[in-house]
Design a protein around this ligand. Structure first.
Ligand SMILES: *Cc1c(COP(=O)(O)O)cnc(C)c1O
Length: 443
């Protein structure tokens, strides 16, 4: 069932040896797990070839089942911001594991992390812990709907807010029309309450508010998008959304699952000086364990059960192991005054130097970057929305991905993803990366 990688056919014998065990593991996984993976992007479907199976990770590096090592630019899709298996986080986890894995009852630790986060993130009074970013976003829109007593939400094409029904909606060609489900299983009834607009296009959002007066509960956005590749808000887009929401009595939800504790400790709210009504978290907040959260002001959060009527719950919510890993990770960042400056500097160097090498090779490209999120688009024009991200040369990206993988650099296996730079990436890893880019053959 394996589709061999088209880019490596030249050297297929070598390829098979290098990834022999990964190939065998994928064949076996394919029998018991749909598509052989537990989350689709891991299957390398977009870049082709066989996914590499990992067995361990430390600092900046991943080791696969065949003992190949890689400099990791995915970092578990964001959580491993300190690099993998940070010794202090590991210590905390061991200590907690001895005390118990899960109680299904409140713990002091949950208050400790809630207090820490609400004190450090602007404009939030209370936070509710869940187990994934999907749950966080799904719960945030339920709360927004319950609070405003309205049904519709506005989202942006190319933004990902997890896989709950309301978010798996693609706009038609006219973005002002009702959404159509883009996964079987999402009902038209659900789809009609999700309105789509183009990222960075404030006029479309104004139109949606005009045509749906008094019906829009919330606008949800990735304040810096990472799920169509890295795409930045332009021309005060976030500020303008804030104003529009205020004018229309709708809530503004920042999905900071990716940007939270990554762009800055206060996330995009801090970086762009825009206040959101609800903020969702995930990824970094769990330090590598399954965690999500959503937060807001008292007047909104008070509507959640058991205090309020909007129901939301979770067997493993606030799980002590997850809380330990999350809190320790956040504390390490907080106590390191130069953390974000250093992380951003590393990313800036990668951006500049990769750009230089691609230019020397006369390969048309655009690199989008904010803080420690960045993406290389093989495109002659700037990329500021999903349509433009789609116009980039994705087959060239796939080629780039495979050549770098062969050189021991692990990029996200899709041209629609952002690279997550970790603090474990230092000069040596930057040099290895640039060397791999220099070897890249553009054919
Ligand atoms: C990853 C992500 C999610 C979903 O989080 P999961 O933990 O995968 O459910 C939601 N929103 C954004 C912006 C994300 O990057």
């Amino acid at each position: 069932m394996i589709i061999r990688c088209q880019h490596i056919t030249k050297n297929s014998q070598l390829f098979i040896m290098k990834y022999q065990r990964s190939s065998a593991l994928f064949d076996e996984a394919y029998k018991y797990i749909p598509g052989g993976v537990n989350s689709p992007v891991r299957a390398f479907k977009s870049v082709g070839g066989v996914p590499v199976f990992m067995k361990s990770a430390n600092g900046a590096y991943l080791t696969d089942a065949d003992d190949n090592t890689y400099v990791d630019y995915i970092n578990s899709w964001g959580p491993a911001i300190l690099g993998h298996t940070h010794p202090e986080v590991l210590e905390e986890l061991k200590m907690q594991a001895e005390k118990g894995f899960s109680f299904g009852a409140p713990t002091e630790l949950e208050t400790e992390i809630a207090k820490f986060i609400t004190e450090n993130v602007p404009n939030i009074d209370q936070i509710r812990m869940v187990s994934s970013g999907t749950e966080a976003c799904m719960s945030a829109i339920r709360l927004a709907r319950g609070f405003t007593k309205r049904d519709k939400i506005v989202k942006f094409e190319g933004c990902y807010h997890g896989h709950s029904d309301s978010f798996l909606i693609k706009a038609g060609s006219g973005a002002a029309t009702f959404g159509n489900p883009n996964s079987p299983g999402v009902t038209e009834g659900t789809a009609k309450d999700t309105l789509n607009a183009r990222y960075n296009d404030i006029e479309q959002v104004e139109d949606l508010f005009r045509h749906n007066e008094g019906q829009i509960a919330a606008v949800i956005i990735e304040p810096v998008a990472g799920n169509m590749g890295c795409v930045l808000p332009e021309n005060d887009f976030l500020q303008k959304l804030r104003t529009l929401c205020d004018k229309n009595g709708a809530l503004l939800i920042f999905d900071e699952v990716m940007t939270g504790f990554r762009l800055a400790f206060g996330g995009a709210q801090e970086v762009y000086s825009v206040k959101a009504d609800l903020v969702t978290f995930g990824k970094v907040i769990g330090g590598g364990l399954p965690v999500g959260a959503f937060a807001g002001r008292n007047e909104i959060m008070d509507h959640l059960a058991p205090k309020g009527a909007v129901y939301q719950a979770g067997t493993l919510s606030g799980n002590p192991l997850a809380m330990r890993a999350g809190l320790k990770t956040l504390q390490i960042i907080k106590n390191d005054a130069g953390f974000f400056e250093r992380l951003n500097k590393t990313t800036e160097i990668l951006d500049r130097e990769i750009g230089k090498i691609l230019s020397e090779k006369s390969i048309p490209h655009r690199i989008n970057r904010k803080g420690s999120m960045m993406s290389v688009f093989f495109h002659i024009k700037s990329v500021s929305n999903f349509d433009e991200a789609q116009q980039a040369n994705h087959s060239l990206f796939n080629n780039f991905f495979h050549q770098l993988l062969k050189s021991g650099i692990y990029l996200p296996p899709s041209g629609y993803e952002t690279y997550f730079i970790s603090d474990a990436i230092k000069e040596k890893e930057i040099d290895m990366t640039l060397e791999a880019v220099r070897k890249f053959e553009y054919s």
